[in-house]
Ligand binder design. Structure first.
Ligand code: ADP
Ligand code: MG
Length: 496
């Protein structure tokens, strides 16, 4: 894979009065937002809220979006994307009894009227719905967007979401990970360093991501979670508890009823369940005892996910997803982790907010070269004119890495960092990008000094290289834009 130029420099980026929106295509709910002059505005949809249920219903020839009451619906359509018929059939979390769903071919299809459409085409209706609402509310033609995808999505699943957006006529300027968007909403991008845990409990999935901010580059270090744990399971547990304790029939209506109670119990400490003529007082304690095993499971998954990360020093936990409004979650996290918990932004909106902020940033940085991978390796010169590759070709960006180097001779007090680009082993056969020097290293025996060199490429393709002497903390750094559209051939042709 060569670099992917999504846009030519200066072309895709908007002029100043054009809006670029941020879209969070969620499993349970999807949202759209715009940021102007640093202020994020959530778009209110036809249903009077910011939340578009990610539900597609088929009514004859019509595709309806977000209609919860319709019988023939696919809930959580995001779960079905990028799956083949076999995978859908064997996945217990997915319904297959939906009228019109055809799983006989490899690619699942849907019968809409007399036409066969793919699930990605159906999902594009959600993007269409969001964009139409935004255009109306903003009184502008909204065509460009930054969209978010789960951090763990593979290229195929990512590709299907991008395609769904494109089919809705959207020009996708950038795709960012959902946890990255959340960290962005809290301004993590404004800090130089930082390490954040993103705890995302939505309607149907639980995702945990560890992000590291290095030299202004926000990177996903590791991810974990459980795609079968979410708010829907909390509803079921709570409904089972109530049905057992108060001898009520466990059915769909009861689940819907207790969902409302659950929402209220995030604020109130007791609520009334109206059942026929019966009024039952339910306390938050009862609710918590019913769902505690599930919350404990999410905490255990969180601990497991990050336990292999060495020298972990958390700067905070960011709460994402509607279910994190449940006070017990915050309480359990606070008991387990001694770090700040960020919860003052709305956990439903935070991903769309971050995407919108990223979008605004794109529209104000003129001449961005939109790339998502490094075309030729970037490395540094070692003793004897050899090259050590630090960032390998085709590494997706943003990316950051730190390596340790040392001195070659006794009493050496300075070290030259020569940054080169290319696949060849010798410096003379590569493109020289820049050099700088780190001085003030304490004179000592060769091989004693510990020089940490960090390479970081941000989402705009800017490379920052810094060298730091671990002992004295002296630091030296440089920022530059490597060549993204060069080939090995051009490098060799231009060397002499
Ligand atoms: P997703 O990322 O899967 O699209 P959301 O972040 O929109 O999901 O979260 C939806 C879930 O949040 C639902 O299960 C809903 O019941 C739950 N939720 C929303 N508000 C509250 C609340 N006040 N208390 C508890 N759970 C809530
Ligand atoms: Mg979500």
């Amino acid at each position: 894979m060569q670099i992917i130029e999504i846009e030519e420099p200066n072309s895709g980026i908007s002029s100043s009065n054009e809006v670029i929106v941020g879209i969070d295509f969620g499993t349970t709910n999807s949202l759209i937002a715009v940021s102007r002059n640093g202020l994020v505005q959530m778009i209110t949809l036809e249903n009077g809220t910011y939340l578009c249920p990610s539900i597609i219903s088929i009514d004859g020839k019509q595709i309806l979006v977000g209609d919860k009451s319709h019988k023939n619906s696919i809930n959580s359509i995001k779960r079905y994307l990028a799956k083949n018929s076999e995978e859908i059939r064997t996945n217990q979390a997915l319904r297959t009894d939906i009228e019109g769903l055809i799983l006989s071919d490899d690619v699942p299809k849907f019968l809409v009227g007399e036409e066969l459409v793919t699930l990605t085409e159906l999902a594009s209706s959600i993007f269409q719905h969001l964009i139409t609402n935004a255009s109306k509310q903003l009184d502008a033609e909204v065509k460009k967007a930054v969209i978010t995808v789960p951090a763990y999505f593979d290229d195929n699943a990512r590709g299907q979401i991008i395609l769904a957006a494109k089919l809705a006529g959207i020009e996708v300027l950038r795709v960012i990970a959902e946890p990255t968007a959340a960290a962005y909403a809290y301004g993590a991008n404004k800090k130089k360093e930082g390490c954040y845990l993103i705890y995302d409990l939505g309607g149907g999935t639980f995702d945990i991501s560890l992000l590291n901010m290095m030299q202004g580059v926000l990177q996903v270090v590791t991810t974990g979670g459980d795609s079968m744990i979410g708010g829907d399971d909390i509803d079921e547990l709570f409904a089972r508890y109530i049905s057992d304790k108060y001898s009520l029939n466990y059915d769909y209506d009861l689940v819907l009823e207790v969902k409302k109670l659950k929402h209220n119990l995030s604020q109130a400490t007791e609520v009334i369940l109206q059942h026929g003529k019966q009024e039952i007082l339910i306390t938050r304690e009862e609710f918590e005892s019913a769902i505690e095993p599930l919350i404990d499971k999410t905490i255990a998954i969180t601990v497991n996910t990050i336990q292999e990360v060495e020298n972990l020093d958390l700067d905070g936990i960011i709460l994402v997803g509607g279910s994190t409004r449940i006070p017990l979650i915050r309480q359990k996290l606070a008991e387990k982790f001694d770090t700040e918990i960020f919860d003052n932004l709305d956990p439903d909106q935070i991903v769309a907010m971050g995407a919108a902020m990223h979008a605004e940033n794109l529209s104000t940085v003129a001449g961005n070269l939109l790339i998502d991978a490094v075309s030729l390796s970037i490395g540094i010169e070692l003793y004897g004119g050899l090259v050590e590759k630090i960032i390998l070709r085709n590494t997706p960006i943003p990316f950051a890495v730190t390596k340790e180097f040392t001195t070659q001779s006794d009493n050496q007090t300075g070290i030259k960092i020569h940054i080169v680009q290319g696949e060849r082993e010798m410096v003379q056969d590569c493109l020289s990008l820049a050099q700088f020097e780190l001085t003030g290293i304490r004179p000592q025996k060769a091989g004693k000094a510990r020089i940490e060199v960090t390479f970081a490429i941000d989402a705009d393709g800017v490379l920052s290289v810094s060298a730091c002497d671990k002992e004295t903390s002296r630091m030296s750094n440089i920022s530059l834009k490597p060549s993204y559209n060069v080939t090995e051939q051009t490098i060799l042709e231009n060397l002499n």
